[in-house]
Design a protein around this ligand. Sequence first.
Ligand code: SF4
Length: 63
Amino acid sequence: MRVTVDRDVCCASGNCEMAAPAVFELADSGDVQVDDSAVDGKVDSVRRAIVDCPTQAIELHDA
Ligand code: SF4
């Protein structure tokens, strides 16, 4: 599985990093970095990040 973040709507709140720190990292620049290699083992945490994201910027994809 893989994750995408719509950077046009992301407000750099950092909620995703708190929910799934193995997958999301909020850089000092405010850009969210995603480690797709970590998604498969952290799907529940990614789903939590999706719920917690205030701007619905995160999507989880099957492939
Ligand atoms: S939770 Fe959503 S809005 Fe906040 S940093 Fe992550 S992707 Fe951006």
